[in-house]
Write a protein that binds this ligand. Structure first.
Ligand code: BES
Ligand code: MN
Ligand code: MN
Length: 455
């Protein structure tokens, strides 16, 4: 392990140069114009894995973007890690808000700026550099490792569950490791044990069959924008609880122990409020900001439109109104069940003058992983070795739906050892990844591999 750590230290600048090559490939999975770029990123990763000396490397087809699979399985008596990451990225828009082009990585003040630098190319790359550090010094990895890198996480991982289902044997392992989450704070080590799920639905309400003159017809026509607005505003009550019948049925409540731990975390409400630029936080009555953003379900309109939204006034009574609604779910809420309940809510409240239509967008289950496993203990010890203090166990508000599928399909728990920061602007302009965290990530993974191997 010490030799590997020393190797990583000596070769760190080279690691960054290589990562930059991957970051230059605009592998935007949601945009069909980038299909070839996504494949180029897969090929790049596959070539890179081969160059490290990992024997079995394959770009495997799915109905969508390919999966990069690789393994180094040498000794059946050693534990096997299944390392997951995603090499696709979010669209870079709005481009004009970037200080430098999103696919031309630059380092400024020790921070690497590029789309995917944190989410997730930079983080998955830490795993390859940790492996390289062993392979170039002792000749072998301390345990068996399988890598599965997907190209459509940002597009809802549509084809990955079927891929896992079809390759159960190939993917058999002892534990999954993912670096695609954030540290609790700068220099504050943490391991994530909870993820939220997601249900995302677009709702369209149609009234008259065309836009009408608001003077000629207004007064006898129900307006879909007005009605949709009324239905949306009634989705929360005064305690900021969601009013959809049965919405909370399957929510696993926070335990007293969790709430005590949450309250003891180094989190400053006022700082958070100032950082997001609001005057006050608004949480479900009885819950803290941290609880509200990581361990309670939410419902948010992401966008709303209808009628005339151009410059100036146009007197129109619109035919249609639409809204995109995302709900962050917590275990054990199921996205299918919640989507059904949301639809029922709209159906029940839609006046007879209107027609309703839906489009279901993303969905995924949340997850709570075992915090008592030997893999978690190894991860904790590894991070303590790097940071000089034990990591906190935290929950995050983001979603990585495949974690629930790993559990359901392969029976595997996941260790979420991520090194991002909430301020890394993932999905936003000027996404970045501090090189100190890239380095600490590589170090932590090197340690984790050795420690877990001997557990
Ligand atoms: N890496 C993120 C999830 C994440 C973000 C975890 C922040 C922890 C902290 C992942 O790539 C992501 O963006 N997930 C999507 C869900 C997906 C179904 C599009 C999300 O959370 O919106
Ligand atoms: Mn991610
Ligand atoms: Mn993402």
């Amino acid at each position: 392990m010490d030799k590997a750590l020393a190797y990583a230290e000596e070769n760190f600048d080279g690691f960054v140069t290589e990562l930059n090559e991957l970051l230059r490939i605009p592998s935007v999975s949601t945009n069909p114009d980038h299909v070839q770029d996504v494949r180029r990123a897969a090929d790049w990763l596959s070539d890179h894995l081969k160059s490290l000396g990992i024997e079995k490397v394959e770009v495997m087809e799915t109905a969508g973007h390919p999966v990069v699979y690789a393994e180094s399985v040498k000794d059946p008596n050693l534990p096997t890690l299944l390392v997951y990451g995603h090499y696709d990225v979010q669209p870079p828009d709005p481009l004009e808000l970037w200080d430098s082009p999103p696919f031309e990585p630059v380092v400024k003040d020790g921070v690497l700026y590029a789309r995917g630098s944190c989410d997730d190319k930079g983080q998955l790359f830490m795993h390859l550099k940790a492996a390289e550090s062993y392979l170039r010094t002792g000749g072998a990895l301390p345990l068996n490792v399988k890598y599965i890198f997907e190209g459509e996480e940002e597009n809802g991982s549509e084809n990955l569950p079927a891929f896992i289902e079809a390759n159960k044997e190939l993917l058999s392992a002892d534990v999954v490791v993912i670096s695609d989450t954030a540290l609790f704070g700068s220099g504050v080590p943490s391991i994530t044990y909870g993820l939220r799920g997601l249900a995302y639905v677009e709702v369209t309400l149609t009234g008259p069959d065309r836009d009408l003159h608001s003077g000629v017809y207004g007064g006898a026509i129900e307006n879909p924008v007005n009605v949709l607005a009324r239905m949306i505003s009634a989705l929360h009550d005064d305690d900021y609880r969601i009013t959809i019948p049965g919405f909370y049925d399957d929510v696993i409540p926070l335990t007293d122990e969790e709430r005590t731990t949450f309250a003891s975390l180094p989190f400053d409400d006022q700082e958070w409020i100032e950082e997001v630029g609001v005057t006050k936080a608004r949480t479900e009555t009885g819950y803290s900001i941290l609880e509200g953003t990581t361990a309670r379900p939410t419902l948010d309109c992401n966008g709303i439109w209808g009628g005339y939204i151009g410059d100036g006034a146009k007197t129109v009574l619109p035919s249609k109104a639409s809204v995109k609604i995302s709900m962050r779910l917590v275990p054990d809420q199921s996205p299918e069940d919640i989507t059904e309940k949301l639809k029922k809510y709209f159906e029940y409240n839609t006046p007879p003058t209107m027609k309703l239509a839906y489009t279901e967008l993303h969905g995924g289950n949340g997850a709570l992983v075992d915090t008592e496993s030997s893999a978690m203990a190894a991860a904790s010890e590894a991070m303590e070795g790097v940071y000089g203090e034990k990591p906190y166990f935290v929950r995050t508000g983001g979603s990585i739906p495949i974690v629930a599928d790993f559990k359901k399909l392969l029976g595997l728990d996941t260790v979420l050892m991520g090194f991002g920061l909430d301020s890394d602007a993932i999905h936003s302009p000027n996404e970045c990844f501090g090189l100190d965290r890239f380095r600490d990530g590589v170090r932590s993974i090197i340690r984790f591999m050795s420690i877990y191997a001997s557990k």
